[in-house]
Design a binder for this molecule. Structure first.
Ligand code: PNS
Length: 161
């Protein structure tokens, strides 16, 4: 049986915390589909296309990672990819309630799809895309938080804005 996982998120933009989960997921599952949520109600800094390009760039050396976008329900995206696992990272207790809520909802919607959690590496337990954007906006050093391609893209965004 091929073990296929989807790793969903906003990835606005991808951080080393996300990348850690994706890499470790790729060691466990045969294929990991990184699904970028295309949600018109949020106002992201990066377009879906930009986010996909950045994820593709920083995962280009991991052959079993594939990247695309999804809209609508996550369980429908997982079904479309024939995935039986949803992979999520957990940073701290503060993530738990939200993750439990979406996991329970997803289980009601599709009981055959399991959600797997990986604890984020301690080094990234404080890290979020929002924090990275905030620091980048005020020209703080984000070199240890995101890959170089993402750092450059953030610098460009804030130069344009
Ligand atoms: O990176 P994020 O923003 O924490 O990811 C949230 C995500 C994409 C996992 C979640 O918003 C999601 O699955 N959205 C799709 C809509 C959906 O399936 N909703 C029902 C379950 S709550």
């Amino acid at each position: 049986m091929t073990r296929i996982a989807v790793c969903p998120g906003s990835f606005d933009p991808i951080t080393y915390g996300h990348l850690d989960i994706i890499k470790r997921g790729a060691n466990v599952f045969d294929v990991v589909y990184v699904g970028v949520l295309n949600n018109s109600t949020k106002s992201p800094l990066f377009t879906v296309e930009e986010r996909i390009e950045l994820i593709k760039e920083v995962t280009k050396d991991i052959p079993n990672v594939k990247v695309d976008a999804f809209s609508g329900l996550l369980v429908d995206y997982a079904r479309e990819k024939k995935a039986n696992v949803i992979l999520r990272g957990l940073r701290a207790v503060s993530d738990f309630e939200y993750e439990m809520q979406i996991t329970s909802m997803n289980r009601i919607l599709e009981e055959d799809i399991e959600t797997f959690f990986m604890m984020t590496n301690n080094q990234y337990s404080f890290l979020s895309s929002s924090i990275v954007k905030e620091v980048a906006k005020y020209k703080g050093n984000i070199a240890d938080l995101v890959p170089t391609a993402v750092e450059n893209a953030l610098m460009l965004k804030f130069k344009q804005n």
